[in-house]
Design a protein around this ligand. Sequence first.
Ligand code: PMP
Ligand code: GLN
Length: 378
Amino acid sequence: LPQKHSATGTTIFTVMSALAQQHNAINLSQGFPDFHIDERLASALGRAAADGYNQYAPMAGLPLLRQAIAESFQKRYNVTVDPDTEVTITPGATYAIYTAFTAILSPGDEVIVLEPAYDSYIPNIEMNGARAICIPLSAPSFSVDWQRVRNAITPRTRAIIVNTPHNPTGAIWTINDWNMLADAVRDTDIIVLSDEVYEQLVYDDRQHISVLQHPELRARSFALYSFGKVYNNTGWKMGYCIAPPALTTAFRRIHQFLCFTVNTPAQYALAQHLAHATEPIHSIMQRKRDHFLSLMAHTPFTLHTPAQGSYFQVMSYERISDMHDKQFAEWLTKEYGVATIPVSAFYSSGHDDRLIRFCFAKKEETLEQAVERLKNVP
Ligand code: PMP
Ligand code: GLN
């Protein structure tokens, strides 16, 4: 059978979650909350099905949900989004990223990827016959080396994919990063894919800056979102894409023949839930991050920078071992019963800074039990 991409083997999230299960370990590897969703959202889903909203929704998504998304962006970012021509509902952000790539890439194109990078980006680029040009972010702050980005641009560069707040490092972009990106792509046809799935998870009074708030970049960007990260329902696999009308048209041209339309009762439930007042998810998650970090101070793991955003905290095990990170993560799961993600899994080259990623989107008691185990690590 043809090899459609260069990533051999199985995604690290499947590998580590399976290993956690096999060894009865506490799973701080794959990013998903282990607590219940808002009861009102759960009952809205049941009600939508009982009320008969069970047939195909329109191809672009339920107008009610697209309208609610547009209102939310107006309110939260002061940006005007046209729900008819700029918003498309998708079965999750992973799908939206793939669809955006497929809408714009031709064989031989190049796409700039900043590493560490979410593990679907490069396979998605390669499935479209294009090539990823990888540029490492600079540890320990994981900032972008803009000179290297500018040097990587060639006449074949079709796109760049960026991610803020960032998985796995928790770094977030400032307005300066967006301005530097705008400078780098100004005289090119490069399209920006802006993965903003953790937009609502930023800490210490920081603000997420969306590509949609940068008018010059917005005109050439797909912005990709996931409801899973906002409502703690990653298993619903619901997301959306916001892009200017011409890019949205190209996106829907692919979407209509990939899955055509998305789960109808889930769209109804989310549309209703968007209007509800709830405690901001960043406050809930920041308490978890802070609790996790104060507990981890009693272990031999070392912290470079507290996560500015996302579900994740990267830590070093330099005081414990000089094993490779994949080997270390496996050992920690088997011997100490805590599963994490080795950060080298986010590099195409296998680049290994001896870092592992913890997911803190968990019940307090889960975090406490995990740290009790980690305290035993010599
Ligand atoms: N992008 C990043 C950076 C992610 O961490 C994830 C995983 N949650 C996704 C995209 C995919 O989101 P979804 O589950 O909605 O497909
Ligand atoms: N985004 C989540 C993570 O980084 C998991 C997504 C997945 O399992 N593919 O852990």
